[in-house]
Design a protein around this ligand. Structure first.
Ligand code: NCD
Length: 304
């Protein structure tokens, strides 16, 4: 039971993840988390704070052990292949959480490993556990996801969080407005896919106007994925959520962000009642506990 792409999930699967995260929230609240047995390997070939630490923290809360792969001090440095590295770690762990700059890398890893693979981000492609926690956050804060008008704002071309989330929002019937600086629009095939699959309403614009938004979901300019770094710098300078954009918005509008935020959110916006991204980041714990518990259950079934 891998978690590689949001596109592999049905609505029932996602609702099952919600129920699991809710159960984990209940157990955490009661201070009575049911302990599990197993080892989780975290393999991060790209920088990470939230995804790596929340998977590790979630594992600890479940009573699981962690082995951490550090690329720079591993045998990759001696020239060992990705395949051999995955096959080896597979022998040491019951779950593998992997983040890698190449699109499709988590899928490839799943072909070499018996242990379930959780994709912690593969290049600009997918980030399914982030989308599960984003949707869980929306459900907790807003109730009916299908009734929401969501603006996705930022570097929609390179951000895997946005590509996964567009799919998740489509699945629940939300209305989406894509707001990207010119040249950083969402991939055409991703838009065509959600329109076809979910008959989703998707509007595209370069102009920021949050008045009809229930949710504004922002992401940073993904500088490391630009071929031309100078271009990234110049878009970064132009792209910020100015405090005046919040004038006249719905009282209960919320701003989410997968984080890290760099310069796109100024301190005034950060301090406003709309900013909910640190609460969002905390939901990574119950959701990732739910994901790993499900993975261990299915791995045991497979062995048995
Ligand atoms: C994101 C990622 O790595 O894709 N961060 C995260 O996992 N919370 C967003 C980003 O790097 O911009």
């Amino acid at each position: 039971m891998d978690l590689i792409s949001f596109r592999d999930l049905s609505k029932e699967d996602v609702e099952d993840y919600f129920a699991r995260a809710e159960e984990m929230d209940r157990q955490l609240e009661a201070g009575n988390v049911e302990k599990l047995d197993g080892i989780v390997a975290t393999m991060f070939f790209e920088p990470s704070t939230r995804t790596k630490l929340s998977f590790q923290s979630a594992a600890e809360r479940l009573g699981l052990q962690i082995v951490d792969f550090v690329g720079s001090s591993s045998s990759l440095k001696k020239g060992e292949s990705f395949e051999d590295t995955i096959r080896t770690v597979d022998g040491y762990a019951d779950i593998i959480v992997i983040r890698h700059p190449l699109e499709g890398s988590a899928r490839v890893a799943s072909e070499f490993a018996e242990a379930p693979i959780a994709n912690g981000g593969d290049g600009g492609n997918q980030h399914p556990s982030q989308t599960l926690l984003d949707l869980y956050t929306l459900k907790k804060m807003k109730g009916d996801i299908g009734a929401l008008n969501v603006h996705l704002v930022g570097d929609l071309k390179h951000a895997r969080t946005m590509r996964s989330l567009l799919y998740g929002l489509g699945m629940f019937g939300a209305k989406v407005k894509l707001v990207a600086p010119s040249g950083l629009e969402m991939a055409r095939d991703a838009i065509a896919d959600v329109k076809r699959k979910f008959e989703m309403e998707v509007e595209e614009t370069e102009t920021i106007d949050f008045k009809d938004a229930d949710v504004v979901y922002v992401c940073r300019i993904q500088e490391e994925r630009f071929e031309d770094k100078y271009e990234a710098m110049s878009v970064k300078k132009k792209f910020t959520i100015k405090p005046e954009y919040l004038q006249g918005v719905k009282e209960d509008m919320i701003i989410l962000h997968p984080l890290p935020k760099i310069d796109e959110i100024p301190p005034e916006v950060d301090k406003s009642k709309y900013a909910k991204y640190f609460e969002q980041a905390k939901n990574g714990i119950p959701m990732r506990m739910g994901i790993m518990k499900k993975m261990l259950g299915s791995a045991r079934q497979k062995k048995g």
